[in-house]
Design a protein. Structure first.
Length: 99
């Protein structure tokens, strides 16, 4: 959580978390998947302190059902190199990764 600024915003599929406390609550209490993220592409936009990544998540949900989903992430950083905004686009939607 130390990577995120206090006022960071995380938009994930159709959910939105505002502030580091809300983002931490999501990671500790709502995100039920476990597994591995594999990145296949990264791109850094230096003039805007922005990083784009695409990849795949492979793992399982809370009920141990297998999970396999592609994603795209956009990370924006502030002047202290803290994440001020993260956007995640999931090929199968938010509820797929909550179960």
């Amino acid at each position: 959580m130390a990577l995120f600024s206090e006022d960071a915003v995380y938009e994930r599929a159709d959910a939105r978390y505002v502030g580091r406390a809300a983002i931490e609550h999501f990671y500790r209490n709502e995100r039920m998947i476990r597994g591995t993220h594999t990145l296949d592409r990264t791109c850094h936009q230096e003039d805007a302190a922005r990083v784009f990544v695409t990849g795949q998540f492979k793992g399982h949900g809370a009920n141990e059902a297998p999970r396999l989903v592609r994603f795209t992430d956009i990370w924006e950083f502030d002047e202290q190199n803290k994440v001020r905004r993260r956007e995640t686009y999931l090929a199968l939607g938010q509820t797929y990764v909550e179960r």
